[in-house]
Design a protein around this ligand. Structure first.
Ligand code: SAH
Length: 232
């Protein structure tokens, strides 16, 4: 999608796009291209594709939740910053934490944050399940796009969430039924599932909104070896 198409589609999501936001996205897109030649960040680098499949796609989360009312948001397995950085550009009120297991991606994000003058962003180089051992019940919202299977994502994310907080999983096909057992074990429930197609492309997207009902047992998250052996 070109810039005008982007603005148009984002306005349909209820967000007015300013010139400053477009400038930041253009710079972000350049950095992505430049650094992608040195480190593997994404397979998508064509500008129109980046605006559709990374920037617009990240913003679709507002179909689920009003981010103006959110304080702390943690994006797990953020990769090159999706959806976390894009959300921060449009919702500067967010206290954002970005977690990724690969240090080179975290180093890239540090450059993005400085170049775009983003404030109140914390970068964590760690595996989500390790970070979740010592950072319990501290975020209002957890996001994760294209990270692991749904039950594994729940085990990573729910321990980090405050009780009554929301985990919003951004997925391709709807695999929410795979989480039935994990949701029970982690005292959480799905309160909304939204299926839609990306504009232009027509590929399927699913947003799953999970609310945490009670405190998580210290047993979770387990170590990765155990999670992999048998997910919840
Ligand atoms: N959310 C981004 C990246 C998805 S790819 C996007 O949608 O474009 C998955 C990312 O999660 C990779 O960057 C990988 O390094 C990271 N990752 C995988 N397992 C992880 C774990 N257990 N903890 C933290 N990051 C993880």
């Amino acid at each position: 999608m070109n810039i005008d198409e982007f603005k148009n589609e984002v306005e349909k999501l209820g967000i007015i796009v300013t010139e400053e936001e477009i400038n930041k996205l253009e710079r972000y897109c350049e950095l992505l291209k430049e650094w992608n030649e040195k480190i593997n960040l994404t397979t998508i680098t064509d500008k129109k594709q980046v605006f559709l499949k990374h920037f617009y796609d990240s913003l679709t989360i507002v179909k689920m939740i009003d981010l103006n009312k959110v304080d702390s948001l943690c994006d797990l397995g953020t990769g090159a910053g999706f959806p976390g950085i894009v959300l921060k550009i449009f919702f500067p009120n967010l206290n954002l934490t970005l977690v990724d297991a690969l240090n080179k991606r975290i180093n890239f994000l540090e450059i993005v944050i400085n170049e775009l003058y983003l404030k109140n962003v914390t970068l964590i180089h760690d595996r989500a399940e390790e970070y979740g051992k010592n950072n319990r019940e501290c975020f209002d919202v957890i996001t994760a796009r294209a990270l692991s299977s749904f039950p594994i994502l729940l085990e990573y994310g729910i321990p980090l969430l405050k009780v009554n907080g929301h985990l919003i999983a951004m997925r391709g096909l709807n695999d929410s039924n795979d989480g039935i057992n994990a949701l029970k074990t982690l005292d959480s429930k799905i309160i909304n599932v939204l299926e839609f197609e990306l504009p232009f492309e027509k590929s399927q997207r699913t947003l799953i909104d999970v609310i945490k009902l009670g405190k998580t047992s210290m047993k979770y998250p387990r170590r990765y070896a155990e999670i992999k052996k048998k997910s919840l």
